[in-house]
Write a protein that binds this ligand. Structure first.
Ligand code: NAX
Length: 327
């Protein structure tokens, strides 16, 4: 049988992880023949709650779960891990400035980047879920000096999957019929969900849904779906966010060749006019644990304008924490 893979998850006592961890342990992320050892990381004040989560994980008697480590120590948490899901983050306080939120989070992600660099498996893949996810990913990857930037990503899979579902509902089709949906940019309301290449059973999605629905309903709905969930559920997205994190990692580890998927990844400055050094969501395919951006798409002037808006927001976020990017 296969050697277990160590998977680190931060914010492990929080609400996203309360669904995510159980599904990882069940095999939904890395495959039903792949044993895992979970490294559950949370802050000191959450250790008792974390212990309760670990007890429940154990009580499921998952055949693939070969160990559980609970810790607030990043060395213990990240040693030899091949997958790290950074979910824990500091939420925006009442009336807090965005710049202060970015800085507070930087203080969390700098030590995590360093510890991943020092102790993680050299082939680790790191997904940042905690918001502001793209800029937190930039901070983490920057401080993980011994690891390649391509091994880090910010999660925009939830936005991607929300977009797919909207198209399925609108066209009365099923998710498996839909391909080539794209979400560009920041995981924030400036993101640009794009159906220019999307198809439903091979037919052009835009012809089926119509321009009016696309611009007036689809785009704002995907951009503001998080708020819509809070409005209805009274709590922020948790199970769907956990699912998206799991699916992102599954695509990364097991491949995603049959369709495009959105990954928030390090921009090299040569792709779709996105400035260098931002974690920006692009359409990718994945093979052998390496993503490649879908290249050669013709972008309309209007679409390029939207992609610039969200890039500019990421440039502003980067500016707000630029001192903290010095290594
Ligand atoms: P919760 O507040 O339920 O849980 C967060 C957990 O993180 C808590 O247990 C807390 O103790 C822990 N934590 C805080 N600082 C930590 C640190 N330095 N090290 C380790 N753990 C730490 O939040 P939850 O609903 O689970 O959401 C977690 C994060 O995901 C939030 O930042 C949220 O904004 C973000 N989201 C990102 C999404 C995305 O698409 N990228 C969507 C869903 C979600 O909103």
């Amino acid at each position: 049988s296969k050697k277990p893979i160590r998977v680190a998850v931060t914010g492990a006592a929080g609400q996203i992880c309360y669904s995510l961890l159980f599904r990882i342990a069940h095999g939904d992320m890395l495959g039903y023949d792949q044993p895992v050892i979970l490294h559950l990381i949370d802050i000191p004040a959450a250790q008792k709650a974390l212990k309760g989560v670990a007890m429940e994980l154990g009580d499921c008697a998952f055949p693939l779960l070969q160990g559980i480590v609970c810790t607030d120590d990043l060395k213990v948490g990240f040693t030899d891990v091949e997958a790290a899901l950074l979910v824990g983050a500091k939420p925006r306080g009442k009336g807090q400035e965005r710049g202060d939120l970015l800085k507070d989070n930087a203080k969390i992600f700098i030590p995590q980047g360093k510890a991943l660099s020092d102790y993680a498996h050299r082939d680790v893949r790191v997904l940042v879920v905690g918001n502001p996810a793209n800029t937190n990913a930039l901070i983490t990857a920057t401080h993980a000096v011994s690891l390649p930037k391509k091994n880090f990503a910010a999660m925009t899979r939830l936005d991607h999957d929300r977009a797919v579902w909207q198209v399925a509902e609108k066209t009365g089709s099923v998710v498996a019929d839909i391909a080539k949906v794209v979400v560009w940019g920041n995981h924030s309301p400036t993101m640009s969900p794009d159906l220019a290449w999307a198809t439903v059973k091979g037919k052009r999605a835009l012809d089926l849904v119509g321009e009016e629905w696309y611009t007036k309903t689809f785009i704002p709905r995907v951009q503001k779906r998080g708020a819509e969930i809070i409005e209805n559920r009274g709590l922020s997205s948790a199970a769907s966010a956990g699912n998206a994190a799991l699916e992102h990692m599954r695509s990364w580890f097991l491949g995603h060749k049959h369709d495009w998927v959105s990954f928030g990844i390090w921009s090299n400055g040569n792709t779709y006019n996105v400035p260098e050094g931002l974690f920006y969501s692009f359409p990718v395919t994945v093979e052998n644990k390496e993503w490649s951006v879908v290249n050669g798409l013709t972008i309309t002037a209007e679409q390029q304008r939207k992609m610039t808006v969200t890039a500019n927001e990421l440039l502003e976020e980067r500016k707000a924490i630029e001192d903290l990017l010095k290594i």
